[in-house]
Ligand binder design. Sequence first.
Ligand code: FAD
Ligand code: NAD
Length: 396
Amino acid sequence: MSTPKILILGAGYGGLMTAVRLQKQLNYNEAEITLVNKHDYHYFTTWLHEPAAGTKDPDQCRVEIVDLLDTSKVKFVKGTVTEIKREEKQVLLQSGESLTYDYLVIGLGSEPETFGIQGLKEHAFSIRSINSVREIREHIEYCFAKYKMEKRPELLTFIVGGAGFTGIEFVGELSDRVPELCKEFDVDPSVVKIYNIEAAPTVLPGFDPELVNYAMEVLSRKGVTFKISTPIKECTPEGVVLADGEEINSTTVVWTGGVRGNAIIENAGFETMRGRVKVDPYLHAPGHEDVFIVGDGALIINEETDRPYPPTAQIAIQQGENLAQNLTALIRGGELKPFVPALKGTVASLGKGEAIGLVGDKKIFGSTAALMKKVIDNRSLYMLGGLSLVLKKVKL
Ligand code: FAD
Ligand code: NAD
């Protein structure tokens, strides 16, 4: 039999973890492994709220992919996937190149879910890549500069739509950045407004109420105004229209209202829910023994709650580890192991020195939680790139 071809799409947490584990586990001639990614760098999606607000340099949140690979075992192709042809076992790239596979791993992450809300795609920013957060950061600075000339309050009114973990972490950073910007641009801080608008009756719906209250207190103190039970109905060039009819003028709307799986998966003809494929215990797309999905594109059900697990880096990394083991077993004729998430907890940052979290059953707050968040961020660096990546990018 010829050497099996493993094609991995996406070098995010799920895809990259699969690749780095495979390169450790397989010998040189056991498989032909190719990793394809839009950029030649991996970015730490879980850190992106920081460069978006300007509290961290975007370059600190990325690393060259080849620096993490043993290129004698894994070939890296910089390219944008445009189509997966399941029947032909082929993947097309924007460049016109086509790649074939025996085993396909889809780790293309997610994209913003706009629920068909008018104007969001056209007028709102989203936190999704290095390029998108650079745009947000530059835009915020531009708004401060322009305010000095025009004095229009909407220039310094910042709207964050959705108070899930991404929205909360972003307003935490933004409220840290605003005092710096006010100083730099000689702006009276009282002119700046940050609204975090949430459709559900509480921010962080479903999370522990005591931790939610703590988060709201901290962020309100830092200047964030919450509007809960208030869905955004429309986004316009002037700002947002809320379901209760209120209009808020703003030149900056950042949409953090949720995610769905990458459209490439749906377009390939897989059955999806919010763009995610309900995978089997071995991460196969149902009916496709040669196609595996990791990360935000994979939907798995938590049997205790009968609801899908939220898409997280924690799960994507664990899926990558499991899949690398299973691919190795497949190639060597071994047994596959079902994927079982081992959730360690959730910790969300509220800006410098502040966070909330649930680690096991234990609630953590303030500086303890902020320290734990750094430990988690540094641990994922270690998982992906070992000590050398930690030394390059460590969060202190
Ligand atoms: P990603 O890590 O997003 O990677 C997808 C990769 O695919 C990227 O490299 C992208 O460039 C590439 N790609 C996309 N389209 C194409 C294409 N067409 N062709 C080629 N390549 C392509 N989760 C946690 O567990 N803990 C946290 O603290 C946490 N914090 C977060 C903070 C923020 C601000 C955000 C936005 C998310 C956070 N998450 C967190 C969620 C977590 O980031 C995602 O669940 C995780 O990134 C999913 O991993 P993935 O491998 O599916 O996709
Ligand atoms: P999410 O789906 O978790 O939250 C989106 C929020 O937007 C929800 O609270 C929802 O009610 C609200 N919303 C939806 N429509 C709205 C509307 N029309 N108007 C106002 N609000 C609206 O999405 P997210 O926060 O982007 O998170 C995506 C995934 O990433 C989740 O699984 C999350 O757990 C994970 N994440 C984890 C962390 C962490 O662990 N620290 C940080 C960020 C993200």
